[in-house]
Ligand binder design. Structure first.
Ligand SMILES: [Zn+2]
Length: 508
């Protein structure tokens, strides 16, 4: 397939509309920033999603091209993008594409739920710019996160869209493979049809997983149809719930060689998704005090995990809440606890004091002061100072390097407080372990994550408690200040079968 010329690039960020901090170029440079021909060098520099794409394309002997304008950038979840990043990415990508025209295909690694200070649909904008540059004949295939907001603009410009099937996301590599394989199949066997159906439904990401439960069952049914050859590919997107945009929905995509069959099956799965809307909202949340009481009563020798998913940086929150700390302080001599707060000023103070230094600190609410208040801590001892490098324990993204900026550990009684410049991937066990805090030896561990942490924490925890805490990624969706969201949207309004959209194919 050396006569097929394909361009590969990407930009990944998950936006949370309730995080006031714009995600700027620095956020990408501190996470993943690859420019030039390295993007397609297949040396593992971009991410496993692109690795999967390149494995398939190079395996099929496709002529994968890149040049000095190729870009792959990725940031952790956060606030909306600074539109300067998007403008820069689109300009570079258009230049890169123009130098390679005519192209047979473009494969993009995008997140799908990305907004900016100027646009509610950055991925739609990127795909439109790519389409306008390469023309109608070039086949565009895109890989998205499970939490993508798959808009009409996306579908009008991309020929094929593949989303993760798992949450926690364990198939990032395989989704890259699927996005590339579909392009190779198109070259070999001709066009497939992608039917899209919208279900006006959102659910807090902390409430479900695909490991078990109704969503896992649904994915299993669709997997079976891929395996027995009924369909070529599918995606059942659970839209990132903390987007406050005019157009948002969960969506089902079914890809087959038969138009009518794609539409029929997409509608069937949309109906099944509609039917589990209540299960996806999760069970009741615990109050913070209830979880503390559980830890006090716990005799298993294993920690109780207090899940502060509302402040999860993986869900785009700021990680600067100290609300749980305020509840824990009265128990500082009884409970060995670990928790984390992103707070630049507090870290600077810890570095000034040095290891062994003792001081009074004001912690939290430094980024999102509208969501909670700072908490004062007296006579905290600095017990560790670090540059913030750590390696992910996984299983999700095991072995990947992360840097959370300058980091300190404070001790107040038996409470260990991890403070850093830029909290991210806090659900990884090494987020604590690398900095001298062993969660296994705690009575109560506060984890700022939605679901991904479970795979690492489950084996050694007495109990994992989803907790009602304030924050930009609050699982209590009804408590958040949505202004732009569409109506009806479950769970805010009850929906009926009639609110499920008609199956539609956008590109033929
Ligand atoms: Zn996701």
């Amino acid at each position: 397939m050396q006569n097929k010329k394909v361009f590969v690039c990407g930009l990944r960020e998950e936006s949370n509309s309730f995080n006031p901090l714009l995600c700027d170029m620095q956020s990408f440079k501190g996470f993943k920033y690859v420019e030039g021909e390295s993007v397609v060098a297949n040396n593992g520099e971009c991410c496993v999603n692109v690795d999967g794409m390149l494995k398939v394309l190079l395996g099929a002997k496709v002529n994968v091209v890149g040049n000095s304008d190729s870009v792959y950038i990725r940031s952790g979840s956060g606030g909306p993008l600074d539109s300067k990043v998007v403008d820069w990415f689109i300009e570079k990508t258009i230049n890169g594409l123009k130098r390679e025209l005519p192209l047979d295909g473009v494969v993009l690694s995008l997140h799908g739920a990305t907004t900016s200070d100027k646009s509610d649909d950055v991925c739609g904008d990127i795909l439109q710019a790519v389409r306008q540059t390469v023309g109608e004949q070039t086949i565009i295939s895109v890989s998205f996160d499970l939490h993508a907001n798959v808009t009409e603009k996306v579908m009008q410009n991309a020929d094929y869209v593949s989303g993760y099937h798992t949450y926690p996301h364990l198939d990032i590599y395989q989704t890259g493979e699927r996005a590339a394989q579909i392009l190779v199949d198109h070259f070999n066997k001709g066009r497939m049809y992608v039917a899209r159906v919208e279900v006006p439904l959102i659910a807090p990401a902390s409430a479900y997983t695909t490991n078990d439960g109704k969503l896992g069952e649904l994915m299993g049914q669709a997997d079976a149809m891929v395996n027995n050859g009924t369909i070529v590919d599918y995606s059942i997107f659970q839209v990132q719930p903390w987007l406050d945009v005019e157009k948002m929905s969960s969506t089902v995509l079914i890809t087959t060689y038969n138009e009518e069959q794609a539409k029929t099956i997409a509608s069937e799965f949309a109906f099944k998704l509609f039917n589990i809307r209540e299960d996806l909202q999760g069970s009741n949340l615990y109050y913070i005090q209830e979880v503390i009481d559980k830890a006090l009563a716990n005799k298993t020798g294993k920690p109780v995990v207090l899940v502060d998913s509302a402040d999860s940086p993986n869900a785009g929150a700021c990680s600067d809440s100290a609300v749980v700390l305020e509840y824990l302080l009265p128990y500082k001599d009884q409970l060995k606890c670990a928790l984390s707060v992103t707070d630049v000023k507090a870290v600077d103070k810890a570095f000034e004091l040095g290891v062994g230094g003792i001081g009074d600190f004001t912690l939290g609410a430094s980024i999102a002061p509208k969501l909670y208040k700072p908490v004062s801590v007296k006579n905290a001892k600095v017990i560790g100072l670090y540059n913030g490098d750590f390696i992910m324990a996984g299983p999700q993204e095991k072995g990947q390097k992360r840097n959370i900026g300058k980091t300190a550990v404070l001790q107040v009684g038996k409470i260990l407080i991890h403070i850093c410049y830029h909290g991210k991937t806090e659900g990884d066990v090494n987020y604590y372990k690398t900095f001298g805090i062993d969660p296994v030896k705690c009575d109560l561990v506060c984890v700022k994550a939605c679901t991904s942490f479970r795979a690492g924490y489950q084996s050694f925890s007495a109990e994992i408690c989803n907790t009602d805490t304030p924050g930009a990624a609050s699982p209590s969706l009804k408590n958040l200040p949505y202004e732009k969201r569409p109506k009806p949207l479950y769970p805010f309004e009850e929906i009926t079968e009639n609110d499920i959209s008609i199956a539609k194919i956008y590109r033929k």
